[in-house]
Design a binder for this molecule. Structure first.
Ligand code: NAD
Length: 513
């Protein structure tokens, strides 16, 4: 079962219409702009996608707003049934989609399958949730009155996603938005457009089979300019955007300017604190997977290890030894641990980070470098590197989206390590490795980690869909996936009903006529 079979199974062609309202795929882009998708695995052209023009976008928006009027009236558990069928379709196509994710994005096949599994899991979660969109009831201060809160569908949800989770992030948003009664317009990353086409085809099949109208799931394609069609459009009450902090700041301002809502999932600069009470074996596994998994291109990748001085040398030696065993190569071959970066721009950023850490006085203890020769023709394969650095280095404060790990030393109490950890602008994921209850609880307390995710004796990377996912500060403050993250996809309404023949006013106000 090769990549060509996978593309066939997923209905991905050599040249694809990049705009879709469901089974209706079209393009009116008169300038004929296409995105060419090259695999970072072997540098081969996989396919082309026509980008979305303003005229295409207008058709999408008209279709989506019309579909919303029908979809929102369908009972939520019935919408859940559609999402259940969508999850089943994903189960059928799991291998094919996992393979495309791996080939187009460059993560390992296992991680590609894992991403599709996350999509399936969020569908299951959403099905249950479709019977639990609970509001509260409260006691009115007025006699013979009843008060309660309910949640209604919001409208068209705009989803902008990053290249590194080319399919799961869309599913996290769309599965919840659908059961909430919303319709979705998705702009995937211009670096992984074929994953977008494949997902849209799967969704379209399910909606068509159930005789549901076009427009519940829509796809648009292109770079930030196409993203701007959505951020500027007042008909989209919520924009859920995943990507860099730079992008998030622009999107947040644009959407706030029209008083729309945003759900932002932005960059991280995640650290593991390693205290003298840490289990070193567990620390090494968590840190190495966190730093080199997905070639350091997870928003939750481990970028900083903050190690106590008493065990610093021991941890350093163990991690350097572990790096010697890493096998770099084709991510579709499961013997390899590390695949390629997404493209040569990312390789340049990786090189520049290594230069900067040295300029600032850091020391490289595991050499990096770009690999060439047979198997590395795409020019995107790099060696995971480790540098000893100081917490205040500019480059350490910055999110380098590549496998570069910084070792930082702390002394004294765990408070000092927590200070270092919280010193950066980002606030996504964090972890502490310790068997000391006081240290662990301190880390999780209000004086502890300032991140959206704080783990004990687990690394920073990866998350289960059951919990709300997201981070603070420059990570954008959004939460998606599990827990009560669904509420952002709905509008809240407070209702008061008077079942008497009197009309008492609140706060005891008298108004006599
Ligand atoms: P990116 O910011 O370059 O692009 C992300 C998406 O935003 C793309 O679809 C892009 O076309 C779009 N975009 C960019 N500028 C825009 C604008 N002005 N208006 C509208 N849309 C715009 O990010 P990337 O390189 O694809 O992804 C890597 C980044 O994403 C990292 O910083 C990573 O930490 C972050 N990320 C965060 C999470 C999270 O959940 N917090 C998850 C995955 C990735």
């Amino acid at each position: 079962f090769g990549i060509h079979d996978a593309l066939k199974t997923l209905g991905v062609q050599n040249i694809n219409e990049g705009t879709s309202t469901g089974s209706n795929q079209f393009s009116h882009n008169d300038d004929g702009v296409v995105i060419e998708s090259f695999s970072p695995v072997d540098g081969q052209l996989i396919g082309k996608v026509k980008t979305t023009s303003q005229a295409d976008f207008d058709v999408v928006m008209q279709t989506a707003t019309t579909a919303f009027k029908t979809w929102r009236t369908m009972p939520a558990p019935q919408r859940g049934e559609i999402v259940r069928q969508f999850g089943d379709k994903l189960r059928e196509k799991k291998e094919a989609l996992g393979k495309l994710v791996s080939y187009e994005m460059g993560k390992s096949y296992q991680e590609g399958l894992g991403e599709v599994q996350e999509m399936i899991d969020i569908c299951d979660f959403a099905v249950g949730l479709s019977r639990q969109l609970h509001g509260l009831t409260m006691h009115s201060e007025r006699p013979g009155h009843r008060m309660y809160e309910q949640y209604h569908a919001l409208g068209v949800v705009g989803i902008i996603s990053a290249f590194n989770f080319p399919v799961a992030v869309w599913a996290w948003n769309t599965a919840l938005a659908w059961i909430c009664g919303d319709v979705c317009v998705w702009k995937p990353s211009e670096k992984t457009p074929l994953c977008g086409i494949a997902c849209q085809n799967i969704a379209a099949e399910v909606f068509a089979k159930n005789n549901l109208p076009e427009g519940i799931s829509c796809l648009i394609n292109g770079d930030y300019k196409v993203g701007e069609f959505m951020t500027k459009d007042k008909r989209i009450p919520l924009i859920s955007a995943t990507g860099s902090t730079r992008m998030g700041k622009i999107v947040a301002q644009e959407v706030a300017g029209r008083l729309g809502k945003t759900l932002l999932e932005l960059g991280g600069n995640n650290a593991i604190i390693v205290t003298p009470d840490a289990d070193i074996k567990m620390t090494v596994i968590g840190a190495v997977f966190g730093a080199v998994g997905t070639c350091g291109q997870r928003c939750t990748s481990t970028r900083r290890l903050i190690i106590h001085e008493d065990i610093y040398d021991k941890v350093k030696t163990a991690i350097v030894d572990a790096y010697k065993q890493l096998r770099i190569g084709n991510p579709l071959d499961e013997n390899n641990h590390v695949g390629p970066l997404i493209d040569t721009d990312a390789v340049n950023m990786y090189n520049s980070a290594l230069e900067k850490v040295v300029e600032e006085g850091g020391e490289i203890i595991v050499e990096g470098g770009v690999l060439s020769g047979v198997g590395f023709e795409s020019g995107c394969y790099v060696k995971p590197a480790i540098a000893e650095a100081k917490p205040n280095f500019k480059i350490v404060q910055h999110e380098t989206f590549a496998p570069v790990l910084y070792l930082l030393k702390y002394s004294g109490d765990v408070e000092n390590a927590i200070d270092i950890q919280n010193e950066v602008a980002q606030g996504l994921s964090s972890a502490i490795m310790t068997n000391n209850l006081r240290e662990a609880e301190r880390f999780l307390s209000v004086q502890g980690s300032d991140c959206g995710i704080a783990n004990v004796n687990i690394g920073t990377s990866g998350a289960e869909i059951g919990g709300a996912f997201g981070g603070e500060k420059d990570t954008g403050g959004g939460r998606e996936s599990g827990s009560d993250a669904w509420k952002v996809y709905m509008r809240r309404q407070t209702n008061t009903i008077n079942y008497t023949t009197e009309l008492p006013l609140s706060q005891g106000i008298k108004f006599e006529l």
